[in-house]
Design a binder for this molecule. Sequence first.
Ligand code: ZN
Length: 141
Amino acid sequence: MEVRSSPVHGTGVFATGFIAAGTPIGCYTGRRYGPREQQARDWNNELTYIFGLSDGSVINGAEGGNATRHINHSCKPNCVAYEIESEDGSLHIEIEAAVRIRAGQELFLDYRLDAGGGQGGYVCRCGAPGCRGTMLGSSGN
Ligand SMILES: [Zn+2]
């Protein structure tokens, strides 16, 4: 994989070779914020690098994250992120290829961001058929 500028948004992650479906791409890393901690913080435009976990905490890839934080959003992504629980009970985000990806293709995830009610600034321009027009998840969650 390589990180370079993306035609979709800012910086993107691109496959340098063929990636078979189901291949692990990496673990989404960064600074952790607990449920209360993350609600107390004003994220503003940093939301792009926030990955929410089911326990209400978030991982901020902008702080100490790896290359996976540059994976752009698409409503029809070629990668999938799933949560795994380690033996100590902590949650992690693993990213893997959802379909086979050819060399040179950009990697995408559906982030379904939760902006806490604010809708501005997260317009999706992925151009996929069925694009929701927003990087946010369905409202009401
Ligand atoms: Zn879209």
